[in-house]
Design a protein. Sequence first.
Length: 99
Amino acid sequence: PEGVEAGAFHWRRADGSELLMRDAFGDVNARAENSSSRTSTRLETIDYVFHDEGRLRLIPDARSELRCPQEEMPNASEPSDHLPLVAAFGLVQLPAAGA
């Protein structure tokens, strides 16, 4: 389909400009101790929160921890095989139209 090239998405805004999405956990999700899922066959990050840096600003220290419990999931304390991810954002001030 149009906009998809070998698994890559090329997003555009309504005005035609490129839309670049960033993972809110991108600075930590590659670390060995960080993951969003732990089962008998995997310990890895499989969940993401993508945002548009041109419109949203990630609020520092306002996101959930990306660390699974030591035991397999689901379990008594984590009823899913995925951790819920939470991130807070502020709006980026855009220039006034015609400015």
